[in-house]
Ligand binder design. Structure first.
Ligand SMILES: [Zn+2]
Length: 139
């Protein structure tokens, strides 16, 4: 999830945007998410699809206010105010950038358990973009 993603790139990457589908290296066992051309650990290109649980903890985060939001998030900040963008460390190891939502930004903290869901991210060029957002884990 990030700034502008052209429609063809969005469509090519739809699988990794709508499922926590990563890849596991057949050589060293490193798990990559989103999928990579080669293992980020040993550069082996033997990677097998693996399903991730979509759970993790907040590794780091920032709060985006109205002045700091990229243009595609202007509607969101107008409707909801500030939002949290975090680096989430998944239980399987990979760290991904995503919003943490359904929580007061002041209540987010490093190490907080979170769980990911598919959510509407923004609409651009007439296409609603979906991807992961995280919410505080219930347990
Ligand atoms: Zn490897």
């Amino acid at each position: 999830m990030g700034a502008h993603v052209p429609i063809p790139i969005y469509e090519r990457s739809i699988g990794q945007r709508l499922a926590f589908e990563g890849e596991q290296c057949t050589n060293c066992g490193t798990i990559a998410f989103p999928p990579k051309a080669a293992c980020p650990g040993c550069q082996n290109d033997g990677l097998e699809t693996t399903q991730l649980a979509g759970k993790g903890v907040v590794y780091s985060y920032t709060v985006i206010g109205k002045g700091g939001a990229p243009p595609e998030f202007t509607a969101q900040t107008s409707a909801e105010g500030r939002y949290v963008v975090a680096i989430v460390e998944l239980d399987e190891g990979p760290r991904i950038t995503a919003q943490v939502t359904d929580v007061d930004p002041d209540d987010v903290e490093i190490g907080m358990p979170v769980s990911g869901d598919i959510r509407r991210i923004y609409e651009e060029e007439g296409v609603v973009r979906y991807g992961f957002k995280f919410t505080p884990a219930s347990d």
